[in-house]
Design a binder for this molecule. Structure first.
Ligand SMILES: Nc1ncnc2c1ncn2[C@@H]1O[C@H](COP(=O)(O)OP(=O)(O)OP(=O)(O)O)[C@@H](O)[C@H]1O
Ligand SMILES: [Mg+2]
Length: 278
């Protein structure tokens, strides 16, 4: 049943002089970076700087113009172990044409885990239920997603990604429109998953929500990586790095080292990242 070779100790994401964009036009370029298991990397930068393009490029959802992308030490074009990566896109309308309940949407997060002949199993259902509990939407599973608020819809998408038991979770503005209390719940859930080995790459304008979790910060400006370093170094140099364009950034973020991690109560069951040991 083990679908993945698993167990790589090497980088989970590696870019070498990569450029990504759309059609004819590169939007981000010259990106070289390596993300290793267990890192929690925040991508910051002003609107339009290329943050989403960078993460889409990593996942093969934007065009690649130059350089190399490796996922789990495999060139991206040859990478087939898609369940190992979870993705929460920035823009995704869950409302509109197709009616679907919350649990149906989250269940699509299990598709990549099922064999082509497979059926939705009791285990799949259990993962869906757990993921919904983690994001605090267990009581909404039968509700039509179109009838949820924007912040609740973000949480449905996070649950969908978690339901797939990813080893790496790539999230693009996961907390946009999510209220402070629910951001806190999410941060606690993610902290627990990180403690179990999850790697996170998160684009955010709300660093405060992840301050206890983030180990590394990447700042993208005008299509280039302008800063890439430890969260503590970023905290010390934040004003230099962010200039004025993001001066509304919350001020007390990352003022302390990203050490103490809050852990959610033991009673909360967490789907394990699909990490193989040994
Ligand atoms: N699908 C697309 N096709 C063509 N150009 C695009 C597309 N998506 C984004 N762009 C362009 O790429 C540039 C960077 O956009 P991107 O979405 O990566 O920025 P961002 O840093 O994520 O911004 P935000 O903080 O607003 O989410 C912008 O100039 C944008 O117009
Ligand atoms: Mg974006």
């Amino acid at each position: 049943m083990s679908a993945s070779a698993g167990g790589t100790a090497g980088p989970v994401i590696a870019l070498q002089d990569a450029a990504f964009g759309y059609g004819e036009r590169p939007v981000v370029s010259g990106v070289t970076l390596t993300i290793t298991p267990g890192e929690v990397v925040a991508v910051l930068g002003p609107n339009g700087s290329g943050k989403s393009t960078l993460v889409k490029g990593i996942l093969g959802l934007a065009d690649q113009f130059a350089g190399q992308v490796h996922l789990f030490d495999v060139p991206r074009q040859e990478f087939r172990e898609h369940p190992r990566l979870g993705y929460v896109p920035q823009r995704h309308t869950l409302s509109g044409t197709v009616r679907a309940t919350v649990s149906e949407v989250v269940a699509t997060g299990r598709l990549s885990r099922q064999p082509w002949y497979g059926r939705y199993s009791a285990a799949d259902a259990a993962h869906v239920e757990r993921a919904l509990m983690l994001v605090g939407l267990a009581d909404r599973e039968r509700v039509d997603v179109a009838d949820l608020s924007g912040g609740q819809q973000r949480r449905v998408l996070i649950a969908r990604a978690l339901a797939g038991e990813p080893e790496v979770l790539v999230m693009d503005e996961p907390t946009a429109g999510v209220d402070a209390a629910n951001q806190h719940v999410l941060a606690e859930v993610l902290a627990r998953l990180v403690a179990e080995g999850l790697t996170i790459l998160v684009v955010t304008h709300e660093l405060a929500a992840f301050a206890d979790l983030v180990t590394r910060v990447i700042v993208v400006d005008n299509g280039h990586v302008q800063f890439d370093g430890a969260a503590t170094d970023f905290a010390a140099r934040r004003d230099d790095v962010l200039h004025d364009h993001d001066s509304h950034h919350h001020d007390d973020e990352l003022s302390a080292p990203a050490q103490p991690r809050q852990v959610v109560p033991r009673s909360v069951e967490v789907p394990r990242p699909g990490r193989r040991h040994g």
